[in-house]
Design a protein around this ligand. Structure first.
Ligand SMILES: CC(C)(COP(=O)(O)OP(=O)(O)OC[C@H]1O[C@@H](n2cnc3c(N)ncnc32)[C@H](O)[C@@H]1OP(=O)(O)O)[C@@H](O)C(=O)NCCC(=O)NCCS
Length: 194
């Protein structure tokens, strides 16, 4: 697409390969690179030195901070926040001498997931909607929607609202987000917004 007819913004130092699909209103900043088979939704922001690999799908409204590479096999839901220098992987046992391109494992981030600065998400896991990964965590398994996880390996410390506030559930399994006022229910290890 001719740069004049593009309905997204691309800084002059960014490289968007022919064929990449980029939604309206998205912004791609300095030295970032999007591969030709990648698909990025509407209203996204890709900071400096962001790499979007082949066949990666990024939803709408996603914010990707500086120095993040989203590798093949990773799917990022709408409104996710990927903190600076967070890392994704797509091979469990890489060896330079062994070709493992057919063995990429999938990683799926639901809607509204936050991955904190410098955290690593090891491949083959799924993070439920609005799961929150603390800075520097190493996620080695899947976690449910609204889970707050920290540490290496990441363990669940609690629950986080869609607004980004910790949820304190009462004996009836009900919690109110102190900031947004939204109410959540915890039942059978799962949280839902009422
Ligand atoms: C996980 C997080 C949300 C917790 O925030 P918080 O509730 O205000 O945390 P607190 O300061 O009250 O700490 C609570 C406890 O968790 C620990 N903790 C906080 N963040 C942690 C992290 N990332 N990893 C491990 N432990 C963490 C604290 O040491 C503290 O432990 P203690 O109770 O034994 O003293 C926050 O620290 C975090 O990592 N946010 C991500 C920030 C980020 O990456 N932003 C990117 C864009 S700038």
């Amino acid at each position: 697409m001719d740069s004049k007819t593009m309905d997204y913004f691309k800084h002059e130092t960014a490289i968007v390969d022919e064929g990449a699909q980029i939604g309206e209103g998205s912004k791609i900043w300095h030295f970032s690179h999007v591969m030709g088979t990648a698909k990025i939704g509407k209203g996204c922001n890709l900071g400096q030195n962001v790499y979007i690999d082949a066949q990666v799908i990024i939803g709408d409204g996603v914010k990707i901070q500086n120095n993040v590479s989203v590798y093949q096999g990773v799917e990022v839901g709408d409104d996710c926040f990927l903190g600076p220098s967070c890392v994704f992987t797509n091979v469990t046992n890489p060896r330079s001498e062994v070709v493992r391109r057919d063995e990429y494992k999938k990683t799926k981030l639901g809607k509204g997931v936050t991955v904190g600065a410098n955290a690593t998400v090891v491949c083959g896991v799924a993070l439920g909607d609005y799961a929150f990964v603390g800075a520097g965590a190493v996620v080695t398994k899947s976690f449910p929607a609204y889970a707050l996880v920290v540490g290496c390996p990441a363990v669940q410390k609690g629950w986080m609202s869609a607004f980004g506030e910790k949820l304190d559930f009462d004996e009836q399994g009900i919690a109110k987000c102190v900031n947004s006022g939204s109410v959540y229910r915890l039942e059978n290890g799962k949280v839902e917004k009422l």
